[in-house]
Design a protein around this ligand. Structure first.
Ligand SMILES: *Cc1c(COP(=O)(O)O)cnc(C)c1O
Length: 394
């Protein structure tokens, strides 16, 4: 009896245009995809550099699978920590300029594990209100006093820190905000944290590979070291094109995580071949800066085009270029219009984003062409015109 309300909740979600459905991809990640039997040009992948389907990365995975097999076999602390994992940790430590790195199976788990290894009931955590769900969940789960500060607002953060008594204070922020595409004001955040003796944790899931001279993300871009950003998180399923995540920091931080991070200890290691593939994508991402340059050109092209169409963009210098729509039903309607024109972009709705800020989350990739971005702009023009006409006629 007590679960009979489940279907009512589902119906309500549908009525609110918030119902989510999965689409089945029949091809690899690439601009041209086949989804549920139809061909589309996609602008919603997080494979920003086009490495998810790169022949050298695939080859590295195949070669490592020949040697190491498929499964990780056990947790890292039992006998699942293999040579490719270890080599990847060392390469990522060098890449991030940190003493050590620890691999996690997903970014969600890295965030839950790191925050919970560092904080308990005597502590306080301060999170940007637009942080990724995994960071918010991590803070809530820790039992630390939990506060959300106004988006990228260092004054609000400082005031909250000054008013809070705690054993440890941890400031947690996305590097690049995943639904808006803007970049955290890290120099100001680090300065404010330092004044309060707080540590800073940056999750740069969307910055690694895309930002910084060698793809080192927003921390490289702003030149912040381990004394400014003590806990640096990267995920491997986005710009790196593979899967998994890492935390970079001091030797003491990493040892603490090995001892106390439950999402590290109580789970099977990622497949070793995925670590080997990531070593290859790290090498490509560092060495071949043309992908970042090409992305920058596509971003400029897209933003100029949208401006001419009168579309509302966000303040984003990154490949995440959301078009703000507002109501969920409108966002869904435009997304459906685009689909009819063979363009695949998913509408992002609450609760992923605040109520009334549904959007089309356009993402660009270095594997898109200038012509494909032009095609997107043309499709956006007709889709938004059609929707505006039906909504004013209503
Ligand atoms: C995608 C994302 C994660 C989760 O990473 P997974 O490896 O996909 O679990 C964490 N943080 C941010 C900011 C993200 O965008």
């Amino acid at each position: 009896m007590s679960f009979t309300d489940l279907h009512l909740a589902l119906e309500q979600r549908r009525a609110d245009s918030l119902y989510r459905v999965r689409r089945t991809l029949e091809t690899a990640q690439s601009p041209a995809v086949r989804v549920d039997g139809r061909d589309y040009l996609a602008f919603c992948s997080n494979d920003y550099l086009g490495l998810a389907n790169h022949p050298d990365v695939i080859k590295a995975l195949q070669n490592a699978a020949d040697h190491y097999g498929v499964g990780g076999g056990a947790s890292h602390l039992v006998n699942g920590h293999s040579l490719p994992h270890h080599q990847l940790e060392e390469a990522l430590a060098e890449f991030t300029g940190r003493e050590r790195v620890l691999l996690f199976s997903t970014g969600y788990m890295a965030n839950i594990g790191a925050v919970n290894a560092l904080l308990g009931k005597q502590d306080a955590v301060f999170e940007d209100r637009l942080n990724h769900a995994s960071l918010l969940d991590a803070g809530l789960l820790s039992g630390a006093r939990f506060q959300r500060y106004l988006h990228n607002d260092t004054d609000n953060l400082s005031k909250r820190m000054a008013k809070t008594e705690a054993r440890r204070k941890l400031v947690v922020t996305d590097g690049v905000f995943s639904m808006d595409g803007d970049v955290a004001d890290l120099p100001a955040i680090c300065k404010a944290a330092r004044a309060e003796g707080a540590w800073v944790m940056v999750d740069d899931a969307h910055g690694f590979g895309c930002l910084g001279e060698t793809g080192g993300g927003c921390v490289e871009q702003s030149g912040l070291g381990v004394d400014d950003v003590q806990v640096l998180v990267g995920t491997l399923g986005k710009g790196f094109g593979t899967a998994g995540a890492f935390v970079a920091g001091s030797d003491v931080l990493i040892e603490t995580l090995i001892q106390y991070a439950r999402t590290y200890i109580y789970t099977t290691s990622m497949p070793p071949a995925v670590a080997a593939a990531t070593l290859k994508s790290l090498e490509l991402l560092q060495r071949e800066s043309w992908r970042r340059n090409k992305l920058d050109a596509l971003i400029t092209q897209f933003r100029c085009g949208c401006e001419q169409l009168g579309l509302e963009l966000m303040d984003s210098p990154t490949p995440i270029q959301p078009i703000m729509i507002g109501e969920s039903d409108q966002a869904m309607a435009i997304s459906a219009q685009l689909e009819q024109q063979g363009i695949f972009i998913s509408a992002i709705r609450p609760p992923t984003v605040p109520a009334g800020s549904a959007r089309l989350r356009v993402t660009l990739s270095a594997s898109h062409t200038e012509q494909q971005v032009d095609r997107l702009l043309g499709a956006l023009e007709s889709a938004t015109t059609a929707i505006r006409m039906t909504s004013t006629g209503r």
